[in-house]
Design a protein around this ligand. Structure first.
Ligand SMILES: Cc1cc2nc3c(=O)[nH]c(=O)nc-3n(C[C@H](O)[C@H](O)[C@H](O)COP(=O)(O)OP(=O)(O)OC[C@H]3O[C@@H](n4cnc5c(N)ncnc54)[C@H](O)[C@@H]3O)c2cc1C
Length: 406
């Protein structure tokens, strides 16, 4: 039996603790908060999108950083195993639009309760309100940890401290200092799955407008990077919503000056089909102003900006719109460009990109290649994925490997 310390009672820590204890080890979880899973509590708007129904291949396609490193973890504990694990633990699950999995109760706290019950049934000891301060490493081997209350001896330590987004939940980046003290390199940290600030005043004017079924193309120095289809939202600072959050994880490590987002407001129509549709509306309402007629085609809140960009006066009657003006209008609708100025801060970012360099971690065990008996799992590692339940699944799969490997 080994003495195992888990630092952090979040998603990865609770799974690691359970599997380490189930294998007969003496496991103690140190959590600086007064209870488990403060971050789980706010996931999926309080409902917790805990995984994504898909096979391993599709899963890895949704991982933005270090998908190859994750292969072993995801094949060892795929979404299917996660669902079975929770259902066996008494948590009923449902799959919603976009293959996203939630508890039937719609309560994220039930996910934490289920994990905590698993841990207790396996004999895990919890030490709440006890912050770990240091790792104690001797000659390349884990010896123990020091907390605010004193020092403890352990044969293995699993660092599950999360990233540094939403720091009020307890994820304040402590794991990065632990890693550095053990000789590990940290890939620079960046906000991921966050809103984007935008140049110009128009977003604030359209604040609250949600666009559905639109296409977003992301360019860097005019080279296409990735396309998304779905929803986005205009806010007081710029843009947000599912597609934008995903785009942020693509552009957060490159020079934002070279980034251009282009929205196709009518992706279901080719330019020719859109032209026909516009002409039909123009013929039907020939004496009305363009801003009124466009209400047939676009949400009201975006019309003034579309006309401004097309160089057409909002009062102009449609029967006097020239062919060139119509052409500019079509271009604006198909390519509504957004120039990004900044990422929103860590306090609003859903995840932290960057972290412990996975080159120094064994992908089959999550053990450090530098210090024997030291493991890392979850968001503290340089791993991140799109929205849809992928990030919690990464925490569960890496926690499973670490817990089973000690
Ligand atoms: C608003 C929001 C919504 C999200 N929604 C989803 C979603 O629906 N689906 C999804 O897949 N992902 C979602 N995520 C991402 C997901 O929550 C994280 O990726 C996941 O929780 C990471 O798990 P973790 O175990 O690595 O870290 P965390 O869950 O952050 O846990 C880390 C724990 O370590 C503790 N800790 C830190 N330092 C110390 C220390 N020194 N001593 C003791 N304890 C310490 C912290 O208090 C914390 O409890 C969301 C994130 C946010 C912010």
């Amino acid at each position: 039996m080994k003495r195992v310390a888990i630092i952090g009672a979040g998603a990865s820590g609770l799974v690691a603790a359970y599997f380490a204890a189930k294998n007969g080890n003496g496991v103690t979880v140190f959590e600086k908060n007064e209870k488990c899973g403060k971050k789980i509590y706010i996931t999926g708007k309080g409902r917790c999108n805990l995984t994504h129904v898909c096979d391993e291949q599709e899963f890895l396609q949704n991982v933005v950083t270090n998908a190859k490193f994750l292969t072993s973890a995801i094949y060892s504990f795929p979404p299917e195993s996660t669902m079975k694990f929770f259902e066996d633990g008494g948590l009923k699950l449902k799959t919603e639009r976009g293959s996203r999995v939630f508890p039937v109760s719609d309560k994220a706290s039930d996910v934490t309760k289920c994990l905590e019950n698993y841990c207790k049934s396996a004999g895990v000891t919890f030490k709440f309100s006890e912050r770990v301060l240091n790792l104690d490493v001797l000659q390349g081997t884990m010896r123990g940890i020091t907390t605010q209350n004193g020092s403890y001896l352990f044969d293995a330590v699993i660092v599950c401290t999360g990233g540094m987004s939403y720091p009020s939940t307890g994820s304040t980046g402590d794991g990065y200092s632990f890693a550095i003290s053990a000789g590990h390199s940290i890939i620079p940290l960046k906000q991921g799955l966050c809103g984007l600030e935008v140049k110009g005043e128009y977003c604030a004017e359209m604040q609250g407008l949600s666009l559905k079924n639109v296409r977003l193309d992301v360019f860097f120095r005019e080279k296409p990077l990735k396309s998304f289809f779905g929803e986005m939202l205009f806010t007081h600072y710029g843009v947000s919503g599912p597609m934008i959050l995903s785009a942020s994880s693509i552009i957060n490590r490159i020079d934002l000056d070279g980034v251009r987002l282009s929205i196709d407001l009518k992706p279901a129509l080719t330019r020719e089909q859109l032209d026909k549709r516009v002409l039909r509306d123009f013929n039907e309402f020939s004496n009305k102003s363009i801003s009124n007629v466009l209400k047939e085609l676009l949400p009201s809140a975006i019309i003034s900006e579309v006309l401004k960009r097309s160089g057409i006066s909002p009062e102009k009657q449609v029967n006097s719109i020239t062919r060139e003006e119509r052409s500019r209008l079509l271009t604006t609708i198909k390519k509504f460009d957004i120039i990004v100025s900044a990422l929103r801060g860590f306090d609003e970012a859903v995840i932290t990109c960057g972290g412990v360099d996975v080159k120094q971690i064994n992908p089959s065990t999550m053990e450090s290649k530098l210090v024997k008996g030291l493991y890392f799992c979850g968001e503290v590692l340089d791993l991140d994925a799109f929205t849809g339940g992928f990030n919690l699944q990464i925490a569960f799969s890496t926690g499973y490997l670490a817990g089973n490997s000690v």
